[in-house]
Ligand binder design. Structure first.
Ligand code: MN
Length: 297
């Protein structure tokens, strides 16, 4: 726990009717970029169920062959990417001249919107590289807005220690009265990295219609009043019942969990690789703009 960690006092998250697990999901091993091995936890078959979230990739390896090739220059349009490094160093460079080094515990929040061309390359030749990349959709009216990005070093991620003993890193949204590094009014994303000693309980209030999931990246937990078990490297989609006022979990071993929730956009989703728009025509326009050098102009 760092000096900036806030002790939760009067801001407990009171949850009377927590969500239950709708289903658990095992990630799919794949590779992306120039051959980076990763696990795709949120695949495109879940984009409607977990709207506004489009993708979650998890990567963790101590074999440089799995990550050294990185992600050379490539485009994006129509959404936001949130990259969270648990361990390792990754250099970002983009078409607008933006550059940043993402390190242990840091977050990069990139709004691709109308267009970004960027590279994401490891800045290490050995050791562990571990982290996540989450794709967050933009509403139709914001897909062609200006691109931007922000880097948050680990020290800039607010943390809160709950009375029950959970350490919560508030990447986006609010938890236990603490505002996260990022707040986005369009989709109100909540992104928490929760560290739980064995036996610890954690609760978080959530609007009933927000889509939500947890991903257990260390240890094991149970979710909800039914205490359904969720093992390491599993995602649990949390059910949306109209009377649910939040979620609860309990660590059955020392555990680390990502909790992700947001307001669904309920718009058409048309994805072609790194472009996510509302119609085929907009995808064709993105391809033409990229080909003509106008995507990120
Ligand atoms: Mn990218």
């Amino acid at each position: 726990m760092s000096m900036k960690t806030i002790q939760a006092q009067l801001a407990a998250e009171v949850v009377a009717r927590p969500r239950e697990v709708e289903r658990t999901v095992t990630g799919v091993a794949t590779s992306d970029g120039a051959g980076v091995k990763l696990t795709r936890v949120l695949t495109n078959t879940l984009q409607h169920r977990l709207d506004p979230f489009l993708m979650l990739d998890s990567f963790r390896s101590d074999d440089p062959n799995d990550y050294i090739a990185g992600f050379p220059a490539h485009p994006h349009r129509g959404f936001e990417t949130v990259t969270y490094m648990i361990a390792g160093r990754m250099r970002h460079q983009d078409s607008s001249g933006g550059e940043g080094l993402l390190e242990n515990g840091g977050v990069q929040w990139m709004t691709a919107a109308r267009g970004v061309i960027h590279s994401e390359m490891p800045e290490q030749e050995e050791g562990v590289m571990e982290g996540f990349q989450l794709w967050l959709n933009l509403p139709a009216e914001a897909k062609m807005g200006a691109a931007s990005y922000r880097d948050f070093p680990s020290e800039a991620i607010p943390e809160v220690r709950t009375d029950a003993g959970a350490l919560v890193r508030v990447i986006a949204g609010r938890s236990h009265g603490v505002a996260g590094a990022v707040e986005r009014p369009l989709t109100e994303p909540l992104v928490l990295d929760i560290h739980l000693p064995a036996g610890t309980r954690f609760t978080q209030s959530l609007p009933a219609d927000y889509n939500a999931f947890v991903y257990v990246y260390r240890g094991e937990i149970t979710v909800g009043a039914r205490e359904e078990r969720v093992c390491e490297k599993r995602m649990a989609i949390l059910a949306n019942r109209a009377d649910n006022d939040g979620m609860s979990l309990r660590a059955t071993s020392d555990a680390r969990v990502l909790l992700v929730a947001g307001r669904p956009l309920r718009e058409a989703i048309v994805q072609y690789g790194p472009f996510v728009m509302n119609t085929r025509e907009e995808i064709e326009q993105a391809l033409a703009d990229y080909r003509d050098g106008k995507l990120a102009a």
